[in-house]
Write a protein that binds this ligand. Sequence first.
Ligand SMILES: *Cc1c(COP(=O)(O)O)cnc(C)c1O
Length: 858
Amino acid sequence: MKAIRRFTVRPVLPEPLRPLSGLARNLRWSWHPETRELFEAVDPGGWAAAGRDPVRLLGAVSATRLAELAGDRGFLERLAAVAAGLEEYLGGDRWYQQQSGGAELPAAVAYFSPEFGVTAALPQYSGGLGILAGDHLKAASDLGVPLIGVGLLYRHGYFRQSLSRDGWQQEHYPVLDPNELPLSLLREADGTPSRVALTLPGGRSLRACVWQARVGRVPLLLLDSDIEDNGPTEREVTDRLYGGGSEHRLLQEMLLGIGGVRAVRTYCRLSGHPEPEVFHTNEGHAGFQGLERIRELKDTGLGFDTALEAVRGGTVFTTHTPVPAGIDRFDHELVARHFGDDGVLPGVPTDQVLRLGRETFPGGEPNLFNMAAMGLRLAQRANGVSTLHGAVSRQMFAGLWPGFDPQDVPITSVTNGVHAPTWVAPEIAALGDSGVGEVPDADLWGVRRALREQLVYEVRDRLRASWHQRGAADAELGWIDGVLDPDILTIGFARRVPSYKRLTLMLRDRERLTQLLLHSERPIQIVVAGKAHPADDGGKRLVQELVKFADDPRVRHRIVFLPDYGMAMAQKLYPGCDVWLNNPLRPLEACGTSGMKAALNGCLNLSVLDGWWDEWFEPDFGWAIPTADGSSSDEDRRDTLEANALYALIEDRVAPRFYDRTADPAALPGRWIEMVRRTMTTLGPKVLADRMVREYVERLYAPAAHAHRALDTERARELADWKSQVRAAWPGVAVDHVEAVSASTAGGSAELGSTLALQVRVTLGQLRPDDVEVQAVAGRVGADDTIADAQIFPLKPAGGPDQAGRWVYEGPLALDRTGPFGYTVRVLPTHPMLAAADLGLVALPTEATGEGGGVLMR
Ligand SMILES: *Cc1c(COP(=O)(O)O)cnc(C)c1O
C-alpha cells in the first residue's frame, strides 16, 4: 500500500542527549572522526544501515536505546567532550583572525556554486566542481574564513546510476526530503519561513525558501523552489542538477544568482552575519549575481556604468573548463524575455545585460548569451584552476580582449586543492601523527595493504549488489568471492564520463590489456567507476563498452566497473588503490582533483601531463603518460599512440617496481615504498584545499575587498566616467614614430648587454599622459616575428605636447638575451584600479610608423 501523505516524525532526544542534535546538524562530523565514532556508538548496528548519516541515525534509533544512553555515564562524558570540541572549533580565532593585515581582509565572502559536495549524506553534486566547492567551504571553515556558501537544493540531487543486464546506464532520481537531511529552514523573526521571490514573464513569480546547512563555521544557503506558493512549473525549477532544457537551466541560474544574493541579504539581516564584501562565483552558472547587485545599486540612484564598476571591484570569477560544451549559453531572445523592462531586474536595461554575455570572439555566435563571458566582464578578478588551465583560459578567452596577446589577458590561476580531513583514510591519518618520513617501511606497506584489502571487500559487496540489480541470482555469483586480490597491483580510474576523459582508452588494445591483467608474475587489477550525463548517449556507450569487457569471465576477476560513483565510494577507492590513472585529452582537464585525493593516501599517480599533474609531476613519485597533443590532429591515431604509451609504462615501469621484492617473497618493494613516501611528503602539502583557500584569500579576496571599499559611489562614478572618456578618445591615440637613439642596430645586430635608448612619439588626442602607459614590449622572436616571453619596459614622458598634440616618451631597453630579438611599442589606458588589459584597448604602431612595427635583430 502507498501512503497518501508523508511527513517526518522527529525524534525527541532525552535531555542529557540533546547535544547530539547539534552535532548531527553541523556537517563538521563529516570530517571529524571522533564525532562519527560517537554516532556509531549510539547504535553500532544502525550506523551502517543509516548510511553513516547522523541525522538518519537519530531518526531511526529506538526510544529504548536512547533511554539507555541517557543513563550511560561513559557515553555522556564522551558526548560532552565532543560537543565542547565543536563549540571551541566554532568560536575560537583561526588563521584568518590571526592575519596581521586583518583589517584589509573582507568582512565576509559569498561563494556561489551550482553544486556542493560536502558529504554523501547531502547529495547535491555531480562531480569534481561540486566536491571542490565542498572542500572550499570546509577549508574556509578550518581557516576561519568568513564565507557564506550559496547554492540550490535539488529535490532529486543528481541521478543515481545502475546498470541494465547488458551494461546500459540506468538513471534513478530518488526524492530527497529536506526534513530528513542535515538542514534547517531560514526563518523570519516571527518564525515564518523566509522567502525570496523573482518576477517572471507574464506576471508569474518564482519563489523559494532557503535551507541552511552548517559546514563547520560556514553557513551554506540552499534555495528550494518546491514550495506551495509556487505554480507547478516553478515548483520544478530546483528539481534536479543539470537536467531539463534551456529555459529550465536559465530559471535555475536566475534563482541561484539573483535569488542567491537575496538569500544572502536575508540571512545577514536575520543572523547579524557581516555583509559580504566579495562575491566569488565558482564557474559561470551563478553569474547573474552580479546583475542583481547592479540592480541593488541602481535602486540607490546610480547609473548602470557606475554600478557595474562598483560591482566588478568586489567580484571574483573562477572558470573551470576549457571544454566549450561545459559553458552555458542561452538564446538572446530567451534572456531578453526574462530580463525585459518589467522582468526580473527592473531598471537594468536589457541591452546592457545582453552586451555582457556577448561572444565577441572569433567563432562566437552573435545570438548567444555566454555565461562565462558575462562572468569575466562582471568580475575584475578571474582565475583558472591550475597553471596550465590559466594559460589555456587566457588563450581561450583572448578574444574578449582584442589587440592583446594571450599572456596579457587578466586571468590568473589558483591550482585546486582537496580537503585532507575529508579524504585521508583514518589509517593513513594515524601514521601522519608521527610524520610519514619516520614510519618504517614495513608499517607503511602494512597500512597500504590493509587499505587495499578493505577495497577488495568493498568492491565485492558493491559488485554483488550491482549484479542483483542486473537480475542475477546468488547461485550465479559465486565467482564474486574471487574478484580482486589484496596482493595484486591495483589501479583505479573513476570520473565522470565526458568524452575528453577517455574512459575507454585502456580498451584500445584489448589483447594487450588482457595480458597485463592476467600476467603470470606481475598481474594488475583495475577498478573503474563513473557516471555519464543522462543526456549523453555517447558516454553511456563508453560505460557499456567497459562493462561488457569487465563482464568477460576471462578477466572479470581482475577488472570491475562499479556503478554509482559518488563521495562514499571515492573515500574507499582512493586509499585502496596503488595507482591512480588519468588519461584525459590534454589540455582539456582543467585541474582534476581525484589524483590529489589519491596522493594524500599514498596512492601513486599515473597520468597525462594535464591539469595539476603538469605542474607538480616528478619522477620521484609518479609517472607521466607521454602525449601526442599538438603533433597529431588525427584523434584516432593520437588515442592509439597514447594507449600504447600507457601499456608500455605499466608493463615496463609500474608493475616491475611494485613487484620488485628481490628473491624473497616476504621482502618489501623498497623503491615503491619510497615513492609512496615521497608522494605523501613532497606532493601532499601542495595539493591541500588549505593552501588553495589561503591563495584565494591573499591573491583574490583581499585585493577584491580593497577594490570594493575603494570603489565607493564617488570613485565608481569617476572610474565609469574615466572609462567612457577613454573609450571615446581612443580612436585618436596612435604611435607615430619609434626610434632607437643610441646603441646601433645597424646591420640588424647588437651586442649582448648593451642598451637601446628608445624614443617614441605618440599622439594622445584628448587624453593626458596620466591616462596611459607607453611601453616597449621585447623578447625573442620566431620566424613570423611574434614576440615570445615578452618583457615589458615602461617608457617615461619626456616632452610635449607639440602643436599636433604629440608627446615624446623615452626609456632604455636592455638587450639581455642573445639570438633573434625584437620589440614593439604600445599604448594602454592605465588606471590605479584596473588591470592593464581591462578595457581591451591598445594602440600599436602601424605600417606608417616606420621601424616601430617590430625591429628585428638577428
Ligand atoms: C574528486 C571527485 C571527482 C573529481 O575527480 P576528477 O579527478 O576531477 O575527475 C568526481 N567525483 C567524485 C565522487 C570525487 O570525489
